[in-house]
Design a protein around this ligand. Structure first.
Ligand SMILES: [Zn+2]
Length: 92
């Protein structure tokens, strides 16, 4: 199983919650843990979006949109350059 982690090595997303959104960006329905990320309203470029950041190092990860699949209905659109992909150990 793959873990998607921030620059600081905090596990944030997991390949089992990844889905194909058709945007070309890694897209997830939810983080591994509710408190792994934090949210900030982003009004750049004349749009109101919700920025998602690593709760550990404040690193920018991407944005979350309310048009994802069930059950969460959310789409975490993550900048792959802000993430690293690691193979998780079996005991996680
Ligand atoms: Zn971090």
């Amino acid at each position: 199983m793959l873990q998607y982690t921030a620059i600081c090595n905090t596990p944030l997303f997991d390949s089992t919650i990844k889905f194909e959104s058709g945007t070309g960006w890694p897209s997830f329905t939810q983080p591994i843990k509710e408190n792994a990320i934090k949210y900030k309203k982003d009004t750049a470029f004349g749009m109101v979006r919700v920025e998602v950041m690593c709760n550990t190092c404040d690193g920018h990860l991407g944005h979350v949109f309310p048009d994802g699949p069930e059950p969460s209905g959310l789409r975490y659109c993550i900048n792959s350059e802000s993430m690293k992909i690691e193979t998780a150990s079996a005991d996680l």
